[in-house]
Design a binder for this molecule. Structure first.
Ligand SMILES: NC(=O)C1=CN([C@@H]2O[C@H](COP(=O)(O)OP(=O)(O)OC[C@H]3O[C@@H](n4cnc5c(N)ncnc54)[C@H](OP(=O)(O)O)[C@@H]3O)[C@@H](O)[C@H]2O)C=CC1
Ligand SMILES: CC(=O)N[C@@H](CCC(=O)OP(=O)(O)O)C(=O)O
Length: 333
């Protein structure tokens, strides 16, 4: 690579693409290559740009992401795909540098990196260290309950929710569960990178706020190695993520990270690339609740993409991520 590395975001006008752009604009260690707005779906123009940059970042629906990869003929082009299309493909590296001890180096060396899903980021961060240390068995039948801001549904859902006024939005779109067929596109990566033999039972929900996410994994005693306490679980997570700038393990039972000492606010990390992990417990019943908090468009999408891009380009991992994006109403409400 000579000179500044070049980056093209295919899908830069979408929800995830726009935020990656916002995080890269103004950086002087790389050059962003843009497509003319009226040609953004023109395969020939996309082919030209996809083949001339150092890294192509795909922020597209799955089918379009697969098409983009097929358009790339230049073997020097690296690809970072934010879609679900390649997350469990064997020849792609999963872009969660903190998840496993060797993952950061694998991302840095890869030419094909898949950016993790927002819900799986929370789930795997909580569960994988516990499976690796034997506190949860690989064949455990886990449950995940989660809530996302409506930006998780992409441009269409954002437009639907924002057509209602902030006051009317809550009435038009009350909090609601979905994926009630118990199928969801994130199940394969949850199982594979959670280190599990089977998919968890996953019940996601959408709130009437734009960004922010909570992912909950309740653990009854039967799901844990006998005698495991909340303190044991907390110690494993704290040890695994010690020294990680973007992954924080909250004090046991939440400490002052709970609003008013009792509420876990899904929006608290909005605009950042951080994820916080929580362990709550009831000792005599042996019950534990794991929770992860992140910005679904931050560590759940565009923040993680910028972190992976930095690694793929050999740039400082935190570049462009040191300060939160401004908390305008487009991010918070
Ligand atoms: N939103 C989130 O929280 C997260 C999203 N992702 C993933 O990122 C990807 C993008 O999602 P998101 O940003 O939310 O989706 P959006 O719908 O907001 O954006 C997708 C963009 O791709 C454009 N597009 C669609 N088809 C083509 C095509 N054939 N060629 C060029 N551009 C095309 C769309 O244009 P138009 O709108 O005009 O059709 C739109 O601008 C998805 O795969 C999603 O799974 C990943 C993590 C989290
Ligand atoms: C609220 C909502 O609809 N969320 C989306 C997930 C967000 C997303 O697009 O997921 P990826 O991270 O895999 O791209 C969904 O459940 O399908």
């Amino acid at each position: 690579m000579s000179g500044k590395p070049t980056v093209f975001i295919d899908g830069e006008a979408g929800t995830t693409g726009l935020q990656i752009r916002a995080r890269l604009e103004g950086r002087d260690d790389l050059t962003l290559v843009s497509i003319a707005p009226d040609r953004r779906k023109d395969p020939e123009e996309r082919r030209r740009l996809l083949n001339e940059v150092d890294v192509a970042v795909l922020c597209l629906p799955d089918a379009a992401a697969i098409e983009s990869v097929s358009l790339i003929r230049n073997p020097a082009v690296k690809v970072l795909d934010a879609s679900t299309a390649h997350r469990t493909a064997p020849d792609w590296v999963y872009g969660f540098p903190e998840l496993l001890p060797a993952q950061r180096a694998a991302v840095a060396a890869a030419s094909r990196v898949s950016n993790p899903g927002c819900y799986p980021t929370g789930f795997t961060a909580l569960v994988r260290p516990l499976v690796d240390t034997g506190l949860i068995a690989a064949d455990a039948a886990l449950t995940v309950n989660a809530v996302s801001g409506f930006s998780g549904g992409g441009r269409q859902m954002v437009e639907d929710y924002e057509a209602a006024s902030p006051v009317g939005r809550e009435a038009a779109y009350p909090y609601g569960d979905y994926a009630l067929t118990l199928e969801h596109k994130h199940l394969p990566e949850m199982a594979v990178y959670g280190g599990l033999d089977q998919s968890p039972l996953f019940v996601p929900a959408v709130g009437h706020f734009k960004c922010g996410m909570l992912v909950h994994v309740p653990l009854t005693a039967s799901l844990l190695k006998p005698g495991t306490t909340a303190a044991d679980v907390h110690a494993v997570l704290a040890a695994r993520y010690a020294g990680e700038g973007f992954v924080g393990v909250a004090p046991q039972d939440g400490g002052d990270l709970l609003r008013d000492g009792k509420f876990l606010d899904p929006r608290a990390l909005n605009g950042t690339n951080r994820i916080e992990l929580f362990v709550f417990g009831h000792q005599s019943r042996g019950q534990i609740l794991l929770a992860a908090r992140l910005d679904n468009l931050g560590k759940g999408a565009s923040g993680a993409a910028v972190q992976n891009l930095n690694l793929m380009l050999g740039l400082p991992e935190t570049a462009g991520l040191e300060t939160p994006l401004p908390l305008t109403d487009t991010i918070m409400t």
